[in-house]
Ligand binder design. Structure first.
Ligand code: NDP
Ligand code: 2IT
Length: 452
């Protein structure tokens, strides 16, 4: 029996136990399998981790809080949603991670996100544990007053479980500046204390310059490091991007700054293909459309007739050198990966969390496509959230330039860690590198604590 087979059996045995303990949670299973596939071979050479049952303990959340969120529509009807906070692991710092408001939110999705967050936060080098939360509430089509009432009700319950040294939420899908402001306002009012228990705040009330841009910019900084390490660069490259939310918009902006041409953007209704590229003026329009007017992506093709709108489709059939999935989980499947590979893609960097299916990932690996996993590539958002916490505690504000240079150095450092643990093949195995580098710090802290 060779080593590969031995690992395959161990991974299968571990996953069988995990599935049994956590039935009906496919996204959580997927995220765990991806990580333990790198960790089980590593742990074989470092048996102190298996002796202490670190993987079994790390895949069990510290706790999950589930609560009812009752709120009223503008016409006086009562609505009830479900809210969660998955506090996964606080070994290296207080729980930290975003809140997602989307109708597809369930416990499986939040456990996958909370689990990945442990490794991502560890990679940033900042003292942050892993968590995620949210609700199956759909902010789309609701009035500002309805969103405010929902956010206040959600925070009334969540506030019992968070704190500036306990658990610090932030945004994610469906939770942007508006929702963060309503939740922070309610928290401050209930606590009668002004502390940085939420990040992504407005600049007038303790937010950090550069947080809004951080995930998208950070993703492109990571991409740039990865390309340069393998003898390429971004100048003149054609890029396909999915999504048109916070991450996608600022990923597009940084691609333009580094001389690339961005051909697509999307939302859940379809994608637009602009053969001339999305330039700065068009990006300004896109920002207004999505951030202010809360419009739909087809309006871009109405404003700029050279662009075409493809209803109900994803952008992966457009020929490009680089793909940046920045919308949601499992949005890039094996068919899409085949199209990208056939069109000569050289690099994929995940702005979103787990946007690539396992089969698609394997196809990229077989074809030596450079692949930056979300837990490394999109860590810039939570990293600048960590910097926001530091500024709040110190009661100071850093300039945009200071924050950006810290972000660049954090992304460079994450890249270095991936290279350290992921080298050995024809190209760096960034998934393996990120998984092991993220794991070691958390696992060593858990070992130091003994049986807790
Ligand atoms: P936003 O809510 O700002 O934007 C989400 C975008 O993705 C929208 O264009 C949305 O389209 C699209 N989208 C969402 N769900 C689906 C779906 N089921 N199918 C197709 N398109 C969809 O969220 P963010 O930009 O903040 O988040 C995007 C991704 O990045 C998520 O995976 C998130 O977890 C991840 N991320 C975010 C960070 C942050 O700091 N915000 C940090 C790290 C990762 P529509 O408007 O039609 O719903
Ligand atoms: O997935 C993520 O890293 C985020 N949504 C950001 C979390 C944060 O605490 O800023």
């Amino acid at each position: 029996m060779d080593n590969t087979q031995e690992y395959t059996e161990e991974i299968s045995a571990f996953m069988a136990g995990l599935r049994k303990r956590n039935p009906h949670e496919p996204e959580f299973h997927q995220a765990v399998e991806e990580i333990v596939s790198s960790l089980i071979p590593y742990i074989k050479d470092h048996p102190k981790y298996s002796a202490a049952q670190i993987l079994e303990r790390m895949t069990e959340p510290d706790r999950i809080v589930i609560f009812r969120v009752t709120w009223q529509t503008d016409d006086g009807q009562i609505r009830a949603n479900r809210g969660w906070r998955v506090q996964f692991n606080n070994s290296i710092g207080p729980y930290k991670g975003g809140l997602r408001f989307h109708p597809t939110v369930n416990q499986s999705v939040l456990k996958f996100l909370g689990f990945e967050q442990i490794f991502k936060n560890s990679l940033t080098g900042l003292p942050m544990g892993g968590a995620k939360g949210g609700s199956n509430f759909n902010p789309k089509g609701k009035s500002d007053a309805e969103v405010m009432r929902f956010c206040q009700s959600f925070m009334t319950e969540l506030s019992r479980h968070i704190g500036e040294d306990t658990d610090i939420p932030a945004g994610d899908i469906g939770v942007g500046a508006r929702e963060i402001s309503y939740m922070f306002g309610q928290y401050k009012r209930m606590q009668n204390r002004f502390v940085g228990t939420i990040t992504g705040k407005g600049l007038e009330f303790g937010g950090s310059l550069g947080r809004k841009e951080a995930t998208g910019y950070g993703c492109v900084y990571f991409l740039d490091n990865m390309l340069r390490h393998h003898g390429h660069d971004l100048a003149g490259k054609k890029v396909v991007v999915s999504g048109s939310g916070n991450v996608a918009i600022y990923a597009i902006q940084k691609c333009l700054a580094l001389g690339a041409q961005v051909l697509t953007a999307s939302d859940s209704s379809g994608y637009i293909y602009d053969p001339n590229g999305i330039d700065y003026d068009k990006l300004e329009y896109l920002k207004q459309l999505k951030e202010v007017q809360r419009g739909r992506i087809h309006e871009y093709a109405e404003k700029y007739p050279e662009a075409r709108f493809f209803e109900g489709e994803r952008p992966w059939s457009v020929a490009a050198d680089i793909a940046l999935p920045c919308a949601t989980q499992n949005e890039l499947d094996v068919e899409a990966a085949r199209q990208l590979v056939n069109n000569g893609v050289i690099a994929v960097a995940e702005g979103a969390n787990m946007p690539t299916t396992p089969e698609a990932y394997h196809l990229f690996a077989e074809n030596d496509v450079l692949f930056a996993p979300g837990k490394a590539a999109n860590a810039g958002g939570v990293a600048v959230s960590g910097l926001e916490q530091s500024q709040n505690s110190l009661r100071i504000s850093w300039s945009k330039g200071e924050v950006d240079s810290k972000l660049q150095s954090i992304m460079h450092n994450i890249h270095q860690q991936c290279v350290e643990y992921g080298s050995g093949g024809a190209i760096v195995d960034y998934s393996k590198g990120a998984n092991i580098a993220g794991f070691v710090k958390v696992a060593d802290a858990m070992l130091a604590y003994g049986a807790v």
